[in-house]
Design a protein around this ligand. Structure first.
Ligand code: F6R
Length: 369
């Protein structure tokens, strides 16, 4: 049932082109317009929404953080992302004009379910993004957008994460279509580019041998840092979480801009640092800033492992290793840059002889608070 893979996790990482394709399937017509029939919330309500609050835990919350960048940009709706277990205990400001989006692969996470209930009691509408048909969170939501990733068996979430991002993008693009957007051309282009993403994920997977070698060489690492900026920031957090969860290595993700505000003090000779580099075609010179972060940590002895677009040669002088991903619109990059980090954690844990599918102390669905 593992189809010849050494673990379900590795199998599920390799299923991501299909998982994303299935999540997009049937939701775009032949003219590239988005249909989201399952979003059974009155259009007038969706038009009047003045705030979105994402509630989720763990990896799902990182998918929510990625979504925030996209939704705020395309729709200009203020979007907060909150850990579900924090949300309900702090008297959050939620009302009839709030759209709460609950991300949950299992649909059974108790913390997220309680946040959904709390939001609905305050009059908010709730949309869930879920991978499990008929589970509790979708049943208690006003509407559900299913991610069609197929069952996820490994405890560490991989294909569900990419599918959650894809589904959240569909929601954001739909709201942009419905409410109008300052960037109609970009919205159209992203819809077109989304359809190219499954093939691009496959390209990243096809080059996975390099990541496997790297993971084997680095299996003695005691601490690994991850830096990213913009949508690369939640990707950095996700890369660190995967490594903690299954390889039991101390790992931390940072917003690259924070480096000089503290974390750079951690960097000493031999410290491995992954850097997720934004596209050089993006806005606001973020690319140049992240390249100088690579330079800064390298100058202090870090071993830099850089994830960068094809053709981005600016990173090579400061990179000990470069992992390439195909070019894509800035907001879609997490669907590609996450993949090498998942593979890295999986292969490193495997080379240490750990059970990657059943990491210690963790359960696939957390049905207690
Ligand atoms: C990480 C992981 C967890 C889950 C979190 C939420 O690999 O799997 O962090 O993402 O427990 O689970 P769901 O999405 O089922 O609500």
């Amino acid at each position: 049932e593992k189809d010849g893979y050494s673990s379900f996790m590795l199998k599920e990482i390799n299923e991501q082109p299909l998982a994303v394709e299935q999540t997009l399937m049937g939701r775009l017509d032949q003219h590239g317009n988005l249909m989201l029939d399952e979003l059974r919330i009155d259009e007038s309500i969706l038009r009047s929404v003045d705030k979105i609050v994402v509630v989720a835990c763990g990896t799902a919350a990182y998918a929510g953080q990625v979504a925030k960048y996209a939704i705020e940009h395309w729709c200009r709706i203020p979007t907060e992302v909150e850990l579900a277990h924090e949300f309900r205990y702090r008297d959050p400001i939620v009302n009839e004009k709030t759209l709460v989006v609950a991300f949950s692969q299992s649909g059974e996470t108790m913390d997220t379910l309680m946040a959904v209930r709390h939001a609905r009691e305050q009059g908010a509408k709730v949309v869930s993004i879920c991978n499990t048909n008929g589970s509790t969170i979708p049943r208690e939501s006003d509407a559900v957008i299913y991610t069609h990733a197929g069952p996820e068996i490994a405890v560490a979430s991989t294909k569900a994460f990419l599918s959650q991002i894809a589904a959240a993008y569909l929601l954001g693009l739909y709201l942009a279509q419905l409410r109008g957007t300052k960037f109609p051309d970009e919205v159209r282009e992203v819809l077109r580019e989304l359809q190219e993403i499954p093939a691009k994920i496959q390209t990243v997977l096809d080059a996975g041998g390099e990541v496997t070698d790297l993971a084997r060489r680095m299996s003695d690492a005691e601490s690994v840092l991850f830096l990213g900026r913009h949508v690369g920031y939640p990707v950095a957090l996700e890369g660190a979480l995967k490594l903690k969860e299954i390889a039991y290595i101390h790992a931390e993700g940072f917003a690259a801009g924070e480096l000089k505000h503290g974390p750079i003090a951690l960097v000493e000779e031999g410290q491995p640092v992954f850097v997720i580099v934004p596209s050089p075609r993006g806005r606001d010179s973020l690319h140049a800033k992240v390249v100088s972060n690579i330079q800064e940590v390298r100058a202090r002895g870090a071993i830099t492992i850089v994830i960068a677009e094809e053709g981005d040669e600016a990173v090579t002088p400061y990179a000990n290793e470069v992992i390439r991903v195909p070019q894509a619109p800035v907001l879609l990059a997490p669907l590609l840059t996450t993949v090498p980090l998942q593979l890295f954690a999986c292969q490193l844990a495997d080379s240490k002889g750990y059970d990657v599918d059943q990491p210690r102390n963790l359960a696939k669905s957390v049905t207690v608070e």
